[in-house]
Design a protein around this ligand. Sequence first.
Ligand SMILES: Nc1ncnc2c1ncn2[C@@H]1O[C@H](COP(=O)(O)OP(=O)(O)OP(=O)(O)O)[C@@H](O)[C@H]1O
Ligand SMILES: [Mg+2]
Length: 255
Amino acid sequence: MKSTTNPAQVYTVFSPKGGVGKTTIAVNLAESLNQAGLKTLLLELDASPGDISTILELERSKNLMLAIDSPDSDIRRLLSVTSDGIQVLLGPQNPEDGEVIKEADLEAVLNRLKYLFDVIVVDTSSTINEAIAAALKRSDRVFFVVEPCLSAVSRSVESLRFLDRRLSIPTDTMELIINKCRNHGAIKEKEVVESLNLTVAALVSFDERYQKRAKNSKGGYAKGSINKATKQVVSNLYPELNNGKLRIRLRRLFG
Ligand SMILES: Nc1ncnc2c1ncn2[C@@H]1O[C@H](COP(=O)(O)OP(=O)(O)OP(=O)(O)O)[C@@H](O)[C@H]1O
Ligand SMILES: [Mg+2]
């Protein structure tokens, strides 16, 4: 059951660079929000073959294109559910389809979803198309993922400038997630923050065991330091959930 009658908050995970961990973070964030008791939808706005459907072992036939092509259908029938109980609207099966989604199409889909969920986590591709631009504009919070390396940082600086000047997407909804941090990395996290001038939502360490697990198993996108970081992001977004838990715990101790 949805916990409020407010429209869903939209959190988009974005980076202009491929392979930095957008999908990993989006999946873990959705899982952490779901575990915190918020009714959560993971929306895939990336049509690269076999991303979320492969990772989470979901059948690809129910997807965003069907939702767009059948505006009067019950959108709940087009959602897939993971073994952890997270609901997912998968991206289009063909990359070409992803390119023709219009801003109004995405708006309409989000409007059909917004009173069914507390939060919608959007996973994106690194190339901005109309659908991704629409999601970025519509987001309550954009988690901008960057790796602490020079190429990722300079690409991110250009991208932030493009989003602001060409698409009029202000940076005030954006927070950084610095992923794959290493003790002796090419550049320090502090330099990343100074270059991009955004608040940091989370620092995620490079998790070698996680990467091995992800490579060896289909459903390897779970647990480890990434999950710890996304749990922290959720507690910062919803401090009242922590207080609620704390209050219950205190009541048990002293009540
Ligand atoms: N903190 C981390 N530690 C170790 N490995 C990680 C970490 N974050 C992500 N990875 C690994 O990095 C690879 C790329 O991650 P992911 O697919 O999430 O990136 P992406 O930004 O979504 O890529 P794409 O642009 O292709 O969609 C995956 O193998 C994933 O398991
Ligand atoms: Mg991805």
